[in-house]
Design a protein around this ligand. Sequence first.
Ligand code: FES
Ligand code: FES
Length: 504
Amino acid sequence: MAEACPTVNGVPVCVPLRPGATLLDLLREDLGLTGTKAGCLEGECGACAVWVDGRVVNACLVPAARVDGAEIATIEGLGRDGGLHLLQEAFIQAGAVQCGICIPGMIMSAAALLETESAPSRESIRDWLSGNLCRCTGYTKIFDAVLLAARWRRQGGVPPRVRGGVGASAARVDAEAKVRGVALYGDDHRPVGALHLRIVRSPHAHAEVLEVDPEPALAVPGVVGALTATDVPGQNAYGILVEDQPVFCDRVVRYVGDAVAAVVAETREAAEAGASAVRVRYRPLEPVLSTAMARADGAPRLHPTGNLLARPAVRKGDSTHGLAEAAVVVEGTWQTQWIEHAYIEPEAGVGETTRDGTTLLTVSTQTPYMDRDATAKVLGIAPGEVRVVQAVTGGGFGGKLDLSVQPYLGLAARKFGRPVRCAFSREESVLATVKRHPYRVRFRLGADLRGRFTLVETEVTGDTGAYASWGPTVITRALIHASGPYVVPHVLARGFLWYTNNPP
Ligand code: FES
Ligand code: FES
C-alpha cells in the first residue's frame, strides 16, 4: 500500500494511504492527533485548521496523499517544551474558550496571522478568522484574545494567569485542555479495536417498511454485522416525554432520516459501504408536511394517538375583560422556521462493555442521566447496568438533550462484544437530529391609555415533526413566556402541537 510520509510537529511519520483519506483522517485516525477537530468535513467551519508548509489549510479538504514530504503543524505542536503558545494563554486569559471545539482551529489560524502581522487590527483579525466558525462565543472574546496575544508579543512577555478569587475573573477550569487540543470530545475517544457504526436512514418522509434485509451489507469486506429492530432486546422506542420514536423502524418511517438499520464494521469506510448495501423496501405513503395538513379532515394518522400531540394552555383573569378594558388593541400573526442547533461538533461517542458487564457510553450529550435511563429500556436492562459519561461536548444548545448515538452504541457494543464508535456526519446531524420547531403565533395585545397591558391573548400552533422529543415542554414554555416580563391581568395562551412528517 502506498504511504504518505510528512513531518508532523517536527516528527517524521509514514502512514499507509487509504482510498479517499484526507489529512484530517491521517492526523486523527492514523496518528491519534485528535486536537484537530472534525466539524463539517466540507471546508466551511475551520475546526480542522492546521499548517501545511507554513500555510493554514482546512485538513478535511486536503487529500492525505498530497502531504507526502510536507511539514505539518497541529495544535499539539504549537507550544514549545510543554508550555503554551502565547495565543493559547491569551485565549484562556481573555475568556475566549467556551465549548472549545472550534478553538484549536481558531488558534492555528490566528497563529498564522501573528506570523505575518505584529499589530493586527480588530478588523483584520475578523477578516482573517472569517473561515473559522464559533457557535458559542459571538467572537468578541476571540478577537480580544488575538489582540492580547499580539500585544504580549510586542511587549515581549506573557503576564501570569490570575487564579481567580474575589474581584478577579477565574480562568475556565477546562480551558487549558481545550486550547492544547487534549480535551476529549465524543469522537476523540477511541478504544483499541473499536468498530465503527453507521445508521441506515429512510429517504422517505412517510412510508411503510416492507422489508429490511441486511444480508447484502454482510458481504461488504470489513463489515462485522448489522442491527435491525429484531436486535432490540428491550423497548424499541424512546423519547424524553413520550416514547414514540423507534430505535429502528420496522413498520413505518415518519421522516426523512428515520433509522431502519445500522451496520457495524472494522472501519468507517466499510460501515458506510455496508450501510449503503442494506436493502430496504418501502411503500411510500402520503406525507403530512404542515400543521394544516396534520389537522385536516382525513389526514393520515401518524401515531396511534392521532396527530395532535399536545394542547397546553395558560389562563389568568378573563380575556373578555382584558379586551373590554383596552384602549388600544394590536393583533398580528408571526411564523418562525425550523432552526438547526448547528453545534460545531456533530453527535458522536463510543460504546463498550466493561469487565463487570456494564454498558459504558462515552458520548457528546447534555443529559447523561436521561440517556442512561432511555438506553437501559432499549437494552432491556436495569439503569444501573448502563453508565453514561459525558464527553467534552462541542456545543449542544438544546439539540443534545435527546438521544442520538446512545442506543445504537449500546446495542452494538453488547451484540458484538467490542467497543463501537459512531460519529454523525454534518449531513446526518442536520438531517436526522432534533430541531427547534417552527411556530405560527397569533397575538392579540390590549393596553390602556397609560400604556399598561390589559390583555395578552395568543394561540401558538407548533410542528413537532415526526416525534414528540421535547416538543410539549417547549410549547408550554412558549405560552408561559408569551406575556413576557409584564404584569398582565388577563392572559389566555393556548398551544396546539401537531405531529407531521417533518424532522422531530
Ligand atoms: S472545515 Fe474541515 S471540518 Fe469544517
Ligand atoms: S467555543 Fe467556539 S464553537 Fe464552542
